[in-house]
Ligand binder design. Structure first.
Ligand SMILES: NC(=O)c1ccc[n+]([C@@H]2O[C@H](COP(=O)([O-])OP(=O)(O)OC[C@H]3O[C@@H](n4cnc5c(N)ncnc54)[C@H](O)[C@@H]3O)[C@@H](O)[C@H]2O)c1
Length: 307
């Protein structure tokens, strides 16, 4: 059978697929729509990351295809109901990059609370900004509010608890009696209480109609003064301009954004002059280790589905 891979995948996992099937692996095919459509028309399975839009024209071109492998977990680039209607099964890499994202959240929260790690140039230049940087905050004892308590939310809670944080979480799909709360020592919370009480708010929810713009100017105004906001979920859930304004006004004490409404992010003057801001190019879930786990998990699922 024919497998088409349109974005980068770990080499040993590609070889595992090649051992059983004919594989077309072109990590940049996502950027060449005419060729992508031509190759799609021939494949029995397609493997994508988050940039290939499995909908509309591409979905129509996927004639013999019965399997979509997703090298990641968010499914907002895949029209899952249209896939289902066509009899195409979708396999995400559930849980395989959760630890990478959780470490990113904790590392960002520590850096932003401390607020002292941008001093390299000043220190090397012989300045000694010690008084200005002596009011950093500790992570231990602070409250982390997790919006979404699925695999990444729960893994983040594990790390945060080990470092002495109080952790609250809101997830409409989990009853307060769900064992995950008690097992991890996490307090279930209403959304409003979480937003107003947390020192660090971290988002771990899918982008759907009901979560688009969830952290807008009004919601950010309801956060604690000086709180940190971390968005590794999806751009569009937290509004970039509202975050930038809140950083400049001092309402937010820091923010880490790994995801953006438009990716790649074009030059973004709205972030100019924002203090204590970390911007990364959608890599929270992407490490050498997670790439290996995600790729081998998806390769195995696709192999099994084609059997
Ligand atoms: N930046 C990255 O590299 C990266 C990597 C992996 C995942 N992600 C993003 O992180 C998100 C979370 O991933 P996951 O593996 O934990 O998914 P998951 O499906 O295991 O958990 C998501 C949870 O969010 C809950 N939820 C849905 N709507 C909610 C709402 N309005 N308020 C609170 N909770 C809500 C769901 O009930 C579910 O428990 C993904 O949807 C994806 O968009 C980003």
């Amino acid at each position: 059978m024919q497998i088409l891979i349109t974005e980068f995948m770990d080499a040993p996992a590609v070889e595992a697929l090649r051992a059983h099937h004919e594989v077309t692996y072109e990590p940049h095919l996502v950027d060449d729509m005419p060729r992508l459509l031509a190759e799609a028309a021939k494949c029995d399975a397609i493997i994508v990351r988050n940039r290939t839009q499995v909908r509309g024209e591409l979905l129509a071109a996927l004639k013999p295809c019965t399997v979509v492998g997703r090298l990641g977990v968010g499914l907002d680039n895949i029209d899952t109901s249209a896939c289902e209607a066509k009899g195409i099964r979708v396999f995400p890499a559930t849980g395989a990059n959760a630890h990478s994202v959780a470490e990113y959240v904790i590392a960002s929260a520590m850096l932003l609370l401390r607020g002292a790690y941008a001093s390299t140039a000043d220190v090397a230049a012989g300045q000694w900004p010690r008084p200005a940087l002596s009011q950093g905050r500790e992570l231990a004892g602070k409250t982390l509010g997790l919006v979404g308590f699925g695999s990444i939310g729960q893994q983040t809670a594990r790390l945060a608890k080990a470092l002495g944080m109080h952790v609250t979480a809101f997830d409409p799909a989990l009853a307060d009696a769900h064992p995950a709360f008690a097992q991890l020592g996490v307090t279930p919370c209403t959304f409003d209480d979480l937003v107003s009480a947390a020192d660090v708010v971290s988002l771990h929810i899918p982008l759907v109609d009901s979560t688009r713009g969830l952290f807008d100017e009004r919601r950010i105004a309801a956060m604690k003064k000086g709180a940190i906001l971390v968005n590794t979920a999806r751009g569009g859930i937290a509004e970039e301009r509202a975050i930038a304004d809140a950083l400049r006004s001092g309402k937010l004490g820091g923010a880490a954004l790994d995801v953006f409404a438009e990716e790649p992010l074009a030059p973004a003057p709205h972030f100019a002059g924002c203090p204590n801001l970390i911007l990364t190019p959608h890599i929270a879930g992407l490490t050498a280790e997670s790439n290996e786990r995600v790729s081998s998990l998806v390769a195995n699922k696709v192999l099994e589905a084609l059997r």
